[in-house]
Ligand binder design. Structure first.
Ligand SMILES: CC(C)(COP(=O)(O)OP(=O)(O)OC[C@H]1O[C@@H](n2cnc3c(N)ncnc32)[C@H](O)[C@@H]1OP(=O)(O)O)[C@@H](O)C(=O)NCCC(=O)NCCS
Length: 172
């Protein structure tokens, strides 16, 4: 069974293993060969406003999902989201379980109105997962980042709190 909980600094070595897998670092903004030390630092320095969850299967960390609430006062209703599942565990519902828990926290506890994310436009699995949870594509960013020697496009996607769907949208 998949168990979701907050990450702690002691999880650094296992999280490093998730991001050492090729699809996990390639489809996020991470780099190959992540170090445990980098993850230790990152987990130790997490802002209390940030939520960083891990999925644990049989004592092994198999995925992570994080939500970063914007610091600027006028953007306090906005959070950005990122996630990754270890390559060997994709397609087994880990991403769904992580995203369900993270969105439940955002909707019911964190007072977040808008959640935004960036996803490579050819990342069909992630786009499908985000669509399933109500994220919509707002635009395409061309040559957004370098991935294995090629500049790739990315979508900007966002989802609004389900009880606040009537957000005025100009330019649509
Ligand atoms: C995207 C990612 C988080 C999904 O996690 P996961 O554990 O595989 O997700 P799940 O098993 O819960 O479900 C994935 C959904 O995508 C679907 N899917 C899988 N591969 C797909 C593909 N190539 N095209 C379309 N849909 C696909 C599955 O059928 C499932 O849909 P369903 O729930 O409607 O049946 C995972 O693949 C991952 O970490 N990839 C690398 C890093 C990454 O892309 N992070 C997101 C960056 S924004």
């Amino acid at each position: 069974m998949i168990f979701i909980r907050r990450a702690e600094p002691a999880d650094a070595a296992q999280i490093q293993r998730v991001y050492a897998s090729t699809n996990a670092f390639s489809n996020t903004l991470q780099l190959p060969h992540p170090t445990v030390e980098m993850w230790q630092q990152r987990l130790t320095q997490l802002n209390p406003d940030d939520t960083f969850l891990i999925a644990v299967y049989d004592g092994v960390v198999v995925g992570t999902a994080g939500l970063h609430v914007e610091k600027k006062l006028r953007r306090r209703h906005v959070a950005s989201l990122g996630m990754a599942v270890a390559d060997s565990f994709t397609g087994r519902g880990v991403g769904t379980a992580l995203l369900a828990e993270l969105l439940s926290l955002a909707d019911n506890w964190l007072n977040v109105l808008r959640i935004e994310l960036i996803v490579y436009s050819d990342n069909a699995a992630a786009v499908h997962l985000y669509n399933k949870f109500g994220f919509e594509i707002e635009g395409t960013m061309h040559a957004h980042s370098l991935r294995n020697g090629v500049f790739v496009d990315a979508y900007s996607m966002a989802r609004f709190h389900p009880k606040q769907p009537q957000i005025p949208r100009t330019g649509r």
